[in-house]
Structure formats: C-alpha cells, structure tokens
Design a protein around this ligand. Structure first.
Ligand SMILES: Cc1cc2nc3c(=O)[nH]c(=O)nc-3n(C[C@H](O)[C@H](O)[C@H](O)COP(=O)(O)O)c2cc1C
Length: 206
C-alpha cells in the first residue's frame, strides 16, 4: 500500500511563501509514489478549544466540526507536513487553534489511558514542520517548535524534520530563495522512501 502524506497548510495567505514550500514537499512525496492530500486550514470551519474539559471524562470533543474530521485524517496518515509562517514570533492562529482542539487525544492518552502509541507506531509515522519567516534572525522559529512537538506527540508522529526558510524579506519571497524549494522537494521524496522501507520490513516480519 502506498505511503499516505497529508499536508496541512496553516497560512491564511493562499499560495504564499509557506504554502509554496509545502507544495514542493508534497510534489516530492508524490514523485516518490505517495498518495498525497493537502488541507488548507483557512478553508475549514472550526472553533478554538473552549477549555470545557468534557473530553477529560469522555475522551471526545463535544464540538463536532471540521477539526474533528481533520484529526481523523491525521491519525490515518503515515506522514504529516504541518506548515505555518511565523506570525508575531510564533505559529498562526489557524494552526494553534487546530492543535488546541486535539486536547481530546491528550485526555485519552494521559487521563483515560485509552490511547497509546507504541514506539514502532511512532517510528513509522513521520511529522515535518514547514515554515517561513521574514526576519534574518537564526532564532525566529524557536517559539514555534514546542507547539509542533506537542502536536506530533499528541497524534503519535515522530518529529522527523523541519523545512524552514527565513530572510523572506531579504530574498523577496520563497521563489527567489536559492535552495529552499529544491530541498523541500527532496525531503518529500526522502521521507516517503524511508517510510516505504519501514512498511516493507513490517510486512516481512509478518
Ligand atoms: C501578521 C504577520 C506577522 C508576522 N510576524 C513575523 C515575525 O514575528 N517574525 C518574522 O520573521 N516574520 C513575520 N512575518 C513575516 C512572515 O513570516 C513572512 O512574510 C512569511 O514568509 C509569510 O508567509 P506566507 O506567504 O505563507 O504568509 C509576519 C507576517 C505577518 C502577516
């Protein structure tokens, strides 16, 4: 069965720097034989978490909107590429809002203990963070990493890699960056090959 790759675009700016970088990654994954889908958070309809804690008792969210449908897709994918530009030194509201809605998975794992991801499962599920930023600062992505780590931990994905490009103001956009799009394409190809190898090993193990 083909490796499945889900791209999640958290930029409100359609076809901007970050979505373009994500598209290159997805093109690479497709070229390596993966089944690829892209979801654009801006086009979905979901509320932020209300902190009602009902999920602590039931393991389910009381709000049935596009966030829940998307979490079902995330849990079914072999690889997720989560993309957000840096806004005010962090991830966008669209992506943070989605991540918070995964609290029901946290409740299943740590309160109800009905959800457990084995080490083998995590190894065979890879998550990548894709981001762009205007500034030249080396630390401009630092505040984004912990939220992405929490997201991958909560959904059972290994935090496999970052695809990040800063200095967008200096470069005049991602399309003028000397290497970022090619690197992203290649990372898309590589992760699919790694996951394919893992699938083959699992089949051989029986
Ligand atoms: C509301 C807003 C806030 C931003 N905040 C930052 C920031 O804190 N640091 C930074 O380096 N760039 C910042 N930027 C610049 C974007 O990160 C950069 O232009 C990025 O490549 C935009 O990606 P996009 O085309 O996918 O929206 C900000 C841009 C916007 C619109």
């Amino acid at each position: 069965m083909a490796v499945t790759v889900l791209g999640i675009s958290g930029s409100p700016h359609r076809h901007g720097n970050t979505e373009t970088l994500l598209d290159s990654f997805l093109d690479g994954a497709r070229a390596a034989g993966a089944t690829v889908e892209k979801v654009v958070l801006r086009d979905l309809d979901y509320l932020p978490c209300m902190g009602c804690n009902a999920c602590h008792k039931t393991g389910s969210c009381i709000v049935h909107d596009d966030a829940i449908t998307l979490f079902d897709k995330i849990l079914a994918a072999d690889c997720i590429a989560v993309a957000s530009p840096i806004y005010s030194m962090g991830i966008t509201a669209e992506l943070k809002g989605l991540i918070d809605r995964g609290q029901y998975l946290w409740a299943r794992k740590f309160i109800l203990k009905t959800l457990y991801f084995s080490n083998d499962h995590i190894k065979q599920h890879k998550g990548l963070f894709i981001s762009t930023a205007g500034l030249s600062w080396d630390n401009v992505f630092d505040a984004a990493f912990p939220a992405i780590t929490a997201f991958f931990n909560g959904t059972g994905f290994e935090y496999y890699d970052n695809i990040i490009a800063n200095r967008m103001d200096e470069h005049g956009g991602i399309k003028k960056h000397p290497t970022a799009l090619k690197d992203s394409f290649e990372k898309g190809q590589t992760v699919v090959r790694v996951l394919e190898k893992g699938k083959t090993k699992l089949v051989q193990k029986g």
